[in-house]
Design a protein around this ligand. Structure first.
Ligand SMILES: NC(=O)c1ccc[n+]([C@@H]2O[C@H](COP(=O)([O-])OP(=O)(O)OC[C@H]3O[C@@H](n4cnc5c(N)ncnc54)[C@H](O)[C@@H]3O)[C@@H](O)[C@H]2O)c1
Length: 303
């Protein structure tokens, strides 16, 4: 069980929504907070609120900006002490039709949703491994990253990447003997401003000078529908924070906020198992070889 009190957390996308819910829950546990976000105004509000409960340092950070990430990590650690909890939460979402897919939107979603997590990991993991102290990483993916549903290929692919990255990293850290856990947070629906913040990001990255009035009306309607869906059916971000605290404390690999992906998960597992060919003697030899190789890699990393 990881003791949280007195630690320092670095949270991206912390100005509102799920990130702020996690920051509030950490503050209640006595965690010092480096909160970061691309949105200065929302960040100022979050800082004012959280400062009443714990030590807080706030930084404007676009998670795609690697030099800024490193600089802000240094400054955060100087002000609040070594970071041992990293929450790579910043991200965007939203449904996108296949006709809307473009290189600009692939770059945007992959750049923020996966690239932001990669940048957080590359900024902090070498520091955490060098210190050798217990630490924990949380990466925000999505339920559709566990079991893609076909609602938005770009978004779902980016979140599947976060799931894969998190599981691989958690397993390799354990194999190489580092006391660092990894949780992948997979929200289903959570009542946040995701529809609006994502639309702003899309409009900036892929401005459509040829957009017709109908296009704009469709985008407005879609944003309203998604926002009202999340507001009406989504979990309260303040209920997601404690779920994350519990996952960090217990070292859980997955934190899932609702059962909305249960059907897709079951279908996926069934399809995967039925695609496996019958077992042969070669499978046994492959298992032995791979187990030996993992042990050798673990020994090499210790020496
Ligand atoms: N709300 C949901 O139903 C839901 C479902 C599945 C996954 N998620 C994921 O949860 C995470 C948090 O989203 P949320 O629902 O709280 O939405 P939100 O819009 O309320 O919060 C996301 C925050 O990330 C910030 N952000 C966006 N791009 C950024 C960038 N490039 N650099 C730094 N900060 C950036 C935004 O300014 C915002 O404050 C995201 O990764 C999202 O994809 C949310």
């Amino acid at each position: 069980m990881l003791d949280l009190a007195g630690r320092t957390a670095f949270i991206t996308g912390a100005a509102q929504g799920i990130g702020l819910g996690i920051a509030r829950a950490f503050a209640r546990e006595g965690v010092r907070l480096a909160i970061t976000d691309i949105d200065q105004e929302a960040l100022d509000k979050a800082e004012a609120e959280l400062s009443a409960h714990t030590s807080v340092a706030a930084f404007v950070l676009d998670v795609r900006d690697r030099p800024a990430f490193a600089r802000i990590a240094d400054e955060a650690e100087e002000r609040l002490g070594p970071v041992t909890l990293l929450v790579n939460n910043a991200g965007i979402g939203g449904p996108l039709s296949l006709a809307e897919m473009s290189y600009e939107l692939w770059d945007l979603y992959v750049g923020i949703n996966i690239g932001g997590v990669v940048n957080g990991v590359q900024t902090f993991l070498p520091r955490l491994m060098a210190r050798g102290e217990p630490a924990h990483l949380v990466n925000t993916a999505s339920g559709v990253g566990l079991a893609p549903a076909g609602g938005s290929t770009i978004y779902e692919a980016s979140k599947a990447g976060v799931v894969g990255l998190s599981e691989a990293l958690g397993k390799q850290l354990a194999l190489e003997g580092h006391p660092i856990g990894v949780t992948v947070l997979c929200p289903g629906a959570v009542a946040t401003n995701l529809a609006a913040t994502s639309r702003t990001a899309r409009d900036l990255a892929a401005p459509r000078s040829d957009a017709t009035t109908e296009d704009r009306e469709r985008d407005d309607r879609r944003e309203r529908d998604e926002t009202s869906f999340l507001r009406n059916l989504g979990a309260d971000p303040d209920d997601v924070g404690p779920l994350v605290v519990e996952a960090v404390r217990s070292g859980a690999t997955f934190a899932i906020t609702d059962r909305s992906t249960a059907g897709q998960l079951a279908q996926r597992a069934k399809a995967l198992f039925s695609a496996l060919p019958p077992a042969t003697e070669r499978d046994h030899r492959l298992d032995v070889f791979m187990a030996t190789q993992r042990r050798r890699m673990a020994q090499e990393s210790e020496s």
